[in-house]
Structures are given as C-alpha cells and as structure tokens.
Design a protein around this ligand. Structure first.
Ligand SMILES: [Zn+2]
Ligand SMILES: [Zn+2]
Length: 241
C-alpha cells in the first residue's frame, strides 16, 4: 500500500495548502480518503479521477468534503463523453446539501455506512468505526494482503480510536490540537494523545488535520516523546505502508 497526502490541514489550509484528503493505493486500486478544499487540484498530479475506484468520506464537514462537489463536475463532463464507470463512495449519513448531492449523484455508486459495518471490494476489506465528533463520522480500517492501514477521520478520545490502533500497521490520525488547546468537549484529539496511543500500541502514526496556526517546530516538540513512530503528515509526500 502507498499513501499520498493531498491535503493535511483543518479546518482551513495554510497559504498554498489543502484540507484533509489522501490517496491510498492498494494493490492497484485507487482509494480517495476525504476530499477537502484543494483536493482535486492536488489529486490531478497523481491520478486521473477516472482511475479512482473508491472514495471514503469520513463525514460531511466542509474541510473533508467540499471538493467532492467539484469532483462531481469532472465526472459530469466525463459522462457526457460516454464514460460510465462509477466510483464506489462510502460515507456516513450527513443530512446537509453535500450529503444529498452525493447520495443522489448519478456519477457515484453510494454505500451509506455506520460504525461496525464491514465491506469488501475484491481482496480489500473495509471496516468502519463510529468516531466521536459533533456530526456522524466514520473511521476506516483498510486491509489487504496482510497489511492494515487505518484512518480516523475527525475524532476526540473514544473507544474506536483504540479499536483502530489494535492490529493496524499505520494509523492516519486527527491531530487537530496541541494539548494546551485541547478539551474533553472539543472535536479533535491532541498531538500528545497520539504520542500516547503510538507508545501504547507500538504502531506507526501519521498525524494530520493540522491546525494552520501551529508551527512545524511546535508540532515536532509535541511528538518528541515518540521516537520515529509518529510523523507529522507532509503534503505531496508518499508513504509506504
Ligand atoms: Zn475536520
Ligand atoms: Zn469535522
């Protein structure tokens, strides 16, 4: 598996950056994980949208889903010239206009999922987890050929984060806060929490959903207790899973 970070910021990007969006290549299949602001422009550097097999939208906050509308226009143009492959879209229930657009789109095959559900596409397993966020949000574990990659979407501390860490080789995780700004009722984990999870479970963490107000130096200081197992996501970088 290979993971390319298209956008790593949330809830808005730094200048020239993009919000949550990641491209996972599993055994020749292209899986787009979230589609935040600026994602389509970044995606085009790596794959053509017609080569995307699966899209997982963790939830319908705009920093994870705003570019899905723009991507739809791309498929609309393709469709007019006879292209009829439909990417499979996994998403939780949303209720807002973007959710309605996705589930009613003629360009997608949509599967609305809840935490606890498992789905398969050929030899790739998708297991979904309910996360703790102000709107319905699903995390996902994607397994193939003995490797397991996991993505939390947005979440604060909850049992699903432990479930996701159990047995995953690499976890792409929401590090929306530094500890000084984190609170029990806020919508994201802190980078320091992720260091604790990484040390507890021993797997590798890629920290994303970075708040643009934090400097690289502050973030590096926060992960210094986790040796080389915690990485701060870098946009346009590809990671071997
Ligand atoms: Zn977010
Ligand atoms: Zn969110």
């Amino acid at each position: 598996m290979k993971l390319t970070v298209l956008g790593k910021y949330g809830p808005f990007p730094k200048e020239g950056g993009a919000t949550s969006s990641y491209l996972l290549n599993v055994n020749g299949k292209n899986i787009l994980l979230d589609c935040g602001a600026g994602a389509v422009s970044r995606l085009l550097k790596h794959v053509k949208p017609e080569d995307i097999d699966v899209i997982v939208l963790s939830h319908f906050h705009l920093d994870h889903s705003s570019d899905i509308g723009v991507l739809t226009y791309y498929y609309q143009v393709l469709s007019a010239s006879g292209f009829n492959k439909k990417p499979l879209v996994f998403c939780p229930e949303g209720g807002g206009p973007l959710y309605e657009m996705v589930v009613n789109s003629p360009y997608f095959e949509v599967s609305v999922v809840r935490g606890g559900e498992i789905s398969m596409l050929e030899d790739i397993d998708f297991e979904f987890f309910p996360m703790r966020h102000p709107v319905e949000c699903v995390g996902v574990k994607i397994s193939c050929g003995g490797k397991t990659f996991a993505y939390t979407g947005d979440t604060n501390v909850c049992d699903s984060v432990d479930d996701i860490y159990e047995g995953a080789d690499v976890v792409l995780i929401d590090g929306g806060f530094l500890e000084k700004d984190w609170a029990e009722l806020k919508p994201h984990l802190s980078v320091e929490h992720i260091v604790e999870y990484t040390n507890k479970y021993g797997n590798k963490s890629i920290i994303s959903h970075i708040n643009p107000k934090y400097t690289e130096e502050e973030l590096q200081k926060a992960i210094s207790g986790a040796n080389e197992k915690c990485l701060i996501a870098q946009e346009s970088k590809t990671y071997e899973i």
